[in-house]
Write a protein that binds this ligand. Structure first.
Ligand code: SAM
Length: 326
């Protein structure tokens, strides 16, 4: 949970207000900046992992992107909240481990795709992802980053101010993934006849189920044979529902202590039961899929989850990859 503060990447009221059809979430939109905080939280976790003793990943840019004065203030408050309570501290530790593991998994996905000769990569909802700057891309690689315009502008301006240069051709695609983003992608030079590696990390629950399916349809129609995709999938099963409910209760408790200045990550997630299962969705269209539970991947990396510390239910994603028919 994070304090709510404005950040340079805030979305506009109209943009936020347009999307919402969830009664719980409706109370939050129009004047809050939760999506901005989600991506700050992810980057902050990558920065914390990078600064740790034996990091699973190195993202030197995450610290730059979260090091602006406003965000430093946010992160300082966040640290004080987490340190104030051992259970919050355990949740924070888990969050950093999980973000590090998922980043590690998807870094490998791109490295494998590049090794297989794929030179066109699309990061959907790129947020503060710095892969276009930090991975060792082969010559001739183009990385497209799709997100809302202010997010992309903030990232490129902040990194440019620190002299950072992308390690591939980086193309910003300002668009909303619920609408006509494929046109913006093509207008920026994307070639549907070339094999592509796609990534949707930390995205799917921000899309209503039907918008998720539409985005998948678009991806399939833009994918030349031999393309690949990687997805972070959060199944909203009973355990996840309990975890979200517990998270909400804790956010309420903290709001009592800190005023209306506490962020609950679940507030912006679409928890629609009819959402399709992404692995199944791609499998039924002939893509070869593999699923790795985040829990197993964490254990493989030597960061096993705590044994349900203090009976706190945890929300753990699954990392799904799929390869299109040739
Ligand atoms: N994938 C990035 C990462 O792992 O660092 C960012 C994850 S962040 C939790 C979620 C991102 O999704 C935010 O940057 C937000 O702007 C973006 N996002 C959410 N809904 C979107 C939409 N409808 N269209 C485009 N971007 C969206």
């Amino acid at each position: 949970m994070l304090s709510r503060l404005s950040s340079p990447q805030n979305e506009t009221q109209n943009e936020e207000g347009k999307i919402d059809d969830n009664p719980h979430r409706r109370r939050l939109v129009g004047h809050r900046n939760e999506r901005g905080l989600h991506r700050v939280m992810v980057a902050a976790a990558r920065a914390a992992e990078t600064a740790s003793d034996n990091p699973l990943i190195r993202d030197e840019f995450a610290g730059i992107l979260t090091g602006t004065p406003e965000l430093m203030d946010l992160l300082t408050r966040m640290a004080s909240i987490f340190q104030s309570d051992p259970q919050n501290e355990a949740i924070y530790r888990h969050m950093v481990d999980y973000q590090a593991a998922r980043t590690h998994f998807f870094d490998r996905f791109f490295a494998d795709a590049a090794a297989a000769g794929i030179r066109q990569h699309v990061i959907l909802a790129a947020g503060l992802d710095s892969r276009a700057y930090r991975l060792g891309w082969p010559d001739g690689t183009t990385v497209y980053e799709v997100d809302l315009p202010k997010v992309l502008e903030y990232k490129s301006a902040t990194l440019a101010a620190h002299g950072a240069q992308p390690t591939a051709t980086r193309r910003e695609v300002a668009g909303d993934l619920r609408y006509d983003w494929p046109r913006a992608l093509r207008d920026n030079g994307f070639d549907p006849n070339q094999r592509t590696a796609w990534l949707a990390e930390g995205l799917l629950l921000f899309l209503p189920g039907p918008a998720q399916d539409r985005m998948f349809e678009d991806i399939v129609s833009l994918s030349a044979p031999g393309s690949r995709i990687a997805l972070e999938v959060w199944a909203i099963d009973e355990q996840a529902k309990q975890a979200i409910e517990r998270q909400r209760e804790r956010a309420e408790e903290l709001r009592e202590r800190l005023g209306d200045n506490v962020f609950d990550p679940g507030d912006l997630w679409y928890q629609d039961d009819e959402r399709s299962d992404p692995a199944e969705w791609f499998a039924t269209r002939g893509w070869r899929t593999q699923s790795v539970p985040g829990r197993d991947y964490l254990a493989k990396l030597g960061r096993p989850l705590p044994e349900q510390a203090n009976e706190e239910p945890l929300i753990i994603g699954t990392f799904v990859t799929a390869a299109s028919p040739r």
